[in-house]
Design a protein around this ligand. Structure first.
Ligand SMILES: Nc1ncnc2c1ncn2[C@@H]1O[C@H](COP(=O)(O)OP(=O)(O)OP(=O)(O)O)[C@@H](O)[C@H]1O
Ligand SMILES: [Mg+2]
Length: 246
């Protein structure tokens, strides 16, 4: 389980997150929601041990991650895959090299084993015969799927997607959302999806955590979220309120 306690972080005297507590339940999908600049990506980087908060703690499976040695922190971080906002592939490496990267860096495998694992995961993603392509030759949707293949190749317990559908057309977005759901179902990966795409959260129907004004203003089930009487959330949902399914 991932648990954050009393997280506070400021940049240049501007507080972004203030005394925030959060528990991510295991084996399901949690959506992190909030307007641009509310600190969603910052929160994810703290949970992944990439950013150190000014105050507060993060526990991953009971480990207080900011009190761990670098070596132990790396072991914990290996359980968490992060799909960063924006382009995530290394442009100078081909598809095979991009997907194999975590195996080469973190796993003690023979070349044959690496080849097999990469082929398996590319099959799963319906990306056969793309091994030799360079990122510049791929569509936006393919890039996302390759980045996803790389993120899950070490079979993480947790996966964080930061804005997985931003910048993609509706058809590709729907494919990515389906893939997120399939992966979660198949492997029971505890999944965190940062998004302000209401279509994405409606499709995922996970738990909703909403950030606003440095705090969490909602933490609960999707159904409760769309029925909320909180004026800010009602405004956020805006005219989509009637469209979102219950
Ligand atoms: N390393 C940093 N140094 C200084 N300021 C930062 C840093 N990282 C984030 N910020 C600031 O913290 C605030 C929150 O940023 P963050 O990227 O978490 O927002 P977000 O909710 O993910 O927004 P978006 O929906 O646009 O991705 C912003 O004002 C940003 O400028
Ligand atoms: Mg962000």
């Amino acid at each position: 389980m991932i648990k954050a306690e009393a997280l506070t972080i400021s940049f240049n005297d501007k507080t972004i997150l203030d005394d925030l507590d959060l528990t991510i339940p295991e084996g399901c999908i949690t959506n992190i929601l909030g307007e641009s600049g509310t600190g969603k990506s910052v929160l994810m980087k703290i949970i992944d041990g990439l950013l150190i908060p000014d105050r507060g703690k993060v526990f991953v499976d009971g480990n207080d991650i900011f009190s761990l040695s670098k070596k132990k922190l790396n072991l914990v971080r290996r359980k968490i895959a992060m799909l960063f906002q924006g382009a995530a592939l290394l442009d100078s490496l081909n598809v095979f090299q991009n997907v194999a990267l975590p195996l080469v860096e973190h796993a003690d495998l023979s070349q044959k084993e690496i080849n097999e694992k990469v082929a398996d995961i590319l099959n799963l993603m319906e990306l056969q015969n793309t091994e030799k392509l360079m990122p510049s030759e791929l569509s936006g949707g393919m890039k996302k799927r390759i980045a996803l293949a790389r993120a899950i190749i070490l079979q993480p317990k947790y996966i964080i997607y930061d804005e997985p559908t931003t910048g993609l057309d509706p058809i590709i977005s729907a494919e990515i959302i389906k893939l997120i759901k399939d992966l979660q179902n198949r492997y029971q990966i505890t999944t965190i999806v940062v998004s302000h795409d209401l279509n994405c959260i409606e499709n995922l129907q996970g738990n909703i955590v909403m950030l606003h004004n440095k705090k969490i203003i909602f933490d609960g089930k999707y159904r409760k979220f769309i029925d909320t009487k909180n004026p800010y959330i009602m405004k956020f949902l805006g005219n989509k309120n009637g469209i979102l399914s219950k």
